[in-house]
Design a protein around this ligand. Structure first.
Ligand code: DUC
Ligand code: ZN
Ligand code: ZN
Ligand code: ZN
Length: 474
């Protein structure tokens, strides 16, 4: 036969088009998008289904060191298994440089953890916590050249925060190397000030987390990151934008022509700070299941972020999957034997629910188009992080990474149907319309109807290259 695989009768959706067409696959790549593709070793009937670019989740945390006594709930096998079941074909986790350690050493050790374990392809970002002369002068440029072309920096957390001078120095190197910088924008000192005051006043509930990190601290840090990026003339991505205030800063910057890009996540569109109160639950720590940073806000902020999505202020919707178990000494319930919000590990699972929650709330409720969905969940991730035109669309030459999607299927999200390593989902009982029914990666069916069919090790760790036009002397 001419093709290894033909997907027939579906509606092919890309960032720019919605067309009735068949997709022909050979050697793991898409080789034809046309009518009447039939001469194939295997034919999949996609009638009534959407054929979407496989989901790319450019912001997930997998098996990342989380400090003493705290362990993430997913290794590479379980996280990528959940990703596959949720319609994703590529995820991008972070190799974290601990202070005092070599960045190269952290990246090599992290990559070794991933090799041979993954169901879907993986591209590794870095987290830089210690921008020494050796890191800025040698390690980072060499790592970028080796294919690690993106990294995240933090403006908060004791173990990760960079001061303004350090931010400027890493931005400078990123500009010269053409690296993509992601910024966690929350202000360290303001959070510390508020946290200490709350604890002294006896406010230790999980909800104290929201009070300690109001939108003002995110707005201030976003503005500061934007200003530094403008000084260096560096495009940056402000990640996990949570609400109105930070969205307004980004809209302001973009309106001035600054190259500021933005990411948000389903939790900021569907959950609120009230969830951290654990209302209606006996367990006073139940709200910790919703503790992530930045915290979720209120309904008005959700609408501001939706409006930003519709206006094109946001490029990507990622999960920020950062899974901890709830009922576990190494997780959320009783972190390090303490019960104050300050010790709850920050992060929630979402790698498997990102696409259905966002599709249902976005496309099914008429807030965004199918093409915007493809752009925000796949195409723009590939473009931002150096995977385009290998991944992120449906056209000849692209990897045959596809998700067959039933736009009418109704499901109720429940922990028992998920594949991640966490013991809960923040979307328990959440009803969605639209569901991934088959995930195809490299031309192979890796998940079908909630069953993962691939072996760990099928997915590869990808190297990336910078666009030479992005390398500019600073
Ligand atoms: N930032 C993230 O990106 N994920 C989890 C926690 C955090 O602070
Ligand atoms: Zn972050
Ligand atoms: Zn994150
Ligand atoms: Zn320079």
């Amino acid at each position: 036969p001419e093709f290894d695989l033909a997907i027939r009768g579906g509606t092919v959706v890309t960032a720019s088009d919605t067309v009735r067409a068949d997709v022909g696959v050979r050697g793991g790549r898409i080789v034809a998008v046309a009518e009447g593709i039939a001469d194939a070793a295997r034919v999949i009937d996609a009638s009534g289904l959407l054929v979407l670019p496989g989901g790319i989740d450019s912001h997930v945390h997998i098996a990342q060191d989380s400090g003493p006594g705290i362990v993430m709930a997913d290794d590479f096998a379980s996280a990528t298994r959940a990703a596959a079941a949720g319609g994703n074909t590529c995820v991008m986790p972070f190799a974290l440089q601990p202070r005092g350690a070599s960045l190269r050493g952290a990246v090599d050790a992290y990559r070794a953890r991933a090799e041979g374990q993954c169901h879907v392809d993986v591209a590794i970002h870095m987290i830089i916590s210690d921008p020494t002369e050796a890191v800025l002068g040698q390690e980072l440029p060499a790592l970028v050249a080796d294919g690690y072309t993106s990294f995240k920096v933090f403006m908060t957390y004791d173990d990760l925060v960079l001061n303004d001078r350090q931010l400027l120095d890493v931005f400078h190197v990123a500009r010269r190397q053409g690296a993509r910088v992601m910024v966690h924008a929350e202000g360290y000192d303001a959070i510390r000030y508020l946290s200490e005051r709350l604890e002294r006043a006896g406010e230790t509930r999980p909800y104290g987390h929201a009070l300690s990190r109001p939108e003002i601290v995110e707005r201030e840090a976003a503005h500061r990151a934007i200003s530094h990026a403008e000084l260096i003339d560096l495009p940056i991505v402000i990640v996990h934008v949570s609400g109105r205030e930070a969205t307004e800063q980004i809209a302001w910057a973009q309106g001035r022509g600054l190259k500021i890009r933005a990411e948000t996540c389903p939790q900021y569109l569907t959950l609120t700070a009230e969830d951290m109160k654990g209302l209606g639950q006996d367990d006073p720590m139940a709200g910790s299941k919703y503790v992530c940073s930045p915290p979720t806000r209120d309904v008005e902020s959700q609408e501001a972020v939706w409006s930003g999505i519709r206006r094109g202020i946001f490029d990507v919707v990622s999960s920020d999957h950062c899974p901890f178990r709830y009922d576990d000494p190494q997780g959320k319930l009783n972190p390090r034997g303490k019960t104050s919000f300050r010790w709850i590990p920050n992060g929630i699972p979402g790698i498997e629910t990102r696409l259905p929650v966002f599709f249902s709330e976005g496309v099914s409720k008429g807030r965004i188009s199918l093409n915007q969905f493809a752009a925000l969940t796949a195409t723009n991730h590939a473009k931002l992080y150096g995977l385009y035109p290998r991944k992120g669309s449906i056209a000849p030459g692209f990897d045959a990474d596809l998700t067959l999607w039933d736009p009418n299927r109704r499901e109720t999200i429940r922990q028992e149907i998920l594949h991640h390593g966490s013991d809960y989902t923040p979307w328990e009982g959440f009803e969605v319309t639209g569901w991934p029914v088959m995930t195809i990666a490299g031309g192979q069916v890796i998940a079908e109807d909630g069953r993962v069919l691939s072996e760990p090790g099928r997915g590869r760790v990808l190297d990336r290259a910078v666009d030479p036009a992005e390398r500019r002397e600073a």
